[in-house]
Design a protein around this ligand. Structure first.
Ligand code: 5BU
Length: 452
């Protein structure tokens, strides 16, 4: 078997622990939420889990195994199959007909029963379950638990004389997830505070309005974007991922009045010619009052980025108002973008992206400190100092089958406090791109107003 840490990470991938803000049954707000039921849906994991649990136990002590319903039932079953210790089933409520039995299965008085539980919190629910088993003249001496939330349950049960064996506890889980970059130092601190019994404050963050951002904006491109947004009552950037000049210009003319910027991948235009492609595109941008955003995602050393930006056939420096760039080349790699705004890639929208928590934290430090940076692309909230651009927005789909993951405008404004949404196929693949642009513009604007 792999190490316990590797095993935990496999389990974690099934979504058994979520971090954020959750209201528990008791009404208390918790910074994490645990649900181990998905473990039963992966047979290999369930089997390994059973063996990890069995390994911790003095197996000769037990005549029977019993899981606390419902989450621990498949775990107890798997343990029984792996150890040949017979299983009994405890009902949640007694049958209201026939035998009125609380325990199902074959057992004899005086036998010793191992109790299996998925998560232990305060221990109170186990203290209710144990007497129901003891009532049948069965002995309970040991309880095995997959995850200890470390909120006093283990101590409570041990004080009553039970032995409690736990596979994982929340502190070690936090350490593992901090190492992998899935949890930040701040999140771990909040969890520790919560476990110490402190009432933790979740900040009620309100977003900055475009007007507020405009008064703080330093860069001329940020100002222009915010002014355009306010004038057009739009926060929509259309992504023109079409492959011919004709399609590009036709789309720009149709959606132009409704957008604040048109985003291009200029290197996918197969018949690109500066005069035939860029000159009319610039005219349309002036006519309809939108900015040009080239989604070049530079990702090299400063000198190469400078050449890619100023030379070649595309001469991006001559026409783009702002460009996207990775920050992987470090602070100085962004110095070359002198006459444009830079939108730094902080986090990507695609499944399995390597822009983990740690990466995003470091990328943000570069973005926030560089004067050329006007904003970031991210699927997470970022500080108000820069503008947040969010792609992966679609009203009809949740993904594209190629890794893209979509959210609705409402979701990104409410949860991320996004400033601008970027919509590609939702508009240019639509039968009527102009009508689609109007729909996204209205959805986006209403969602922004609602998020204020
Ligand atoms: P779509 O058709 O709405 O999925 O197009 C999204 C556009 O945004 C497309 O041009 C991508 O290259 C771009 N994009 C993205 O989807 N996700 C990201 O994280 C980044 C850019 Br960065």
């Amino acid at each position: 078997m792999e190490s316990k840490k590797e095993f935990f990470l496999e389990c974690y991938k099934l979504g058994i622990i979520k971090f954020g803000r959750f209201t528990l049954k008791s009404g208390i707000e918790s910074p994490f939420y645990v649900d181990l039921r998905p473990l039963a849906s992966d047979p290999k994991i369930l089997k390994n889990l059973a063996n990890y649990l069995l390994e911790m136990l003095p197996l000769d002590n037990f005549d029977l195994i019993c899981g606390v319903p419902y989450a621990a039932l498949p775990m107890a079953t798997a343990m029984s199959l792996e150890s040949y210790i017979p299983l009994i089933i405890k009902r949640k409520e007694a049958k209201d007909y026939g035998t009125k039995k609380m325990i199902e299965g074959i057992y004899q008085k005086g036998q010793n029963c191992l109790l299996v539980e998925d998560v232990i919190t305060s221990g109170k629910s186990l203290l209710e379950t144990i007497p129901e088993i003891e009532q049948e003249d069965l002995n309970v001496s040991d309880i095995v638990v997959v995850l200890d939330r470390e909120q006093g349950g283990k101590q409570l049960l041990e004080s009553k004389g039970y032995r409690v064996h736990t596979l994982f506890n929340i502190s070690e889980v936090c350490t593992i997830l901090q190492e992998t970059g899935d949890l930040s130092e701040e999140e771990v601190k909040r969890i520790q505070d919560f476990l110490l019994g402190n009432h933790i404050q979740f900040e009620e963050k309100t977003r900055c309005s475009y007007e507020q951002k405009l008064t703080q904006a330093q860069h001329s491109v940020s100002k222009k974007l915010l002014e355009t947004a306010l004038a057009k009552k739009s926060n929509l950037i259309a992504s023109a991922d079409v492959t011919t000049t004709q399609e590009l210009l036709a789309l720009a003319d149709k959606v132009g009045p409704h957008i604040i910027a048109l985003k291009t991948h200029i290197d996918i235009i197969s018949d690109f010619e500066y005069e035939k492609t860029i000159t009319p595109l610039k005219e349309l941008a002036a006519k309809h009052q939108f900015l040009l955003m080239e989604d070049r995602k530079f990702a090299d050393i400063g000198n190469t980025q400078e050449l890619q930006f100023t030379s070649g056939v595309f001469k991006i420096t001559d026409w783009a108002d702002f460009v996207t760039s990775q920050v992987i080349g470090g602070f100085e790699s962004l110095d070359c973008f002198k006459n444009v705004g830079v939108v730094a890639i902080i986090g990507m929208s695609s499944k399995g992206t390597l822009t983990t928590n740690n990466y995003r934290e470091e990328a943000l430090k570069v973005a926030l400190s560089h004067p050329n940076v006007i904003g970031g692309v991210s699927q997470n909230p970022i500080p108000d100092d820069i503008l947040l651009f969010t792609p992966g927005v679609n009203l009809a789909d949740s993904g594209d089958g190629k890794g893209q993951q979509y959210n609705t405008p409402e979701h990104v404004f409410k949860t991320l406090h996004t400033d601008f949404i970027i919509v590609g196929r939702g508009i240019y693949k639509s039968e009527n791109p102009e009508a689609a642009a109007v729909a996204y513009k209205n959805e986006g604007w209403n969602a922004y107003v609602k998020s204020l």
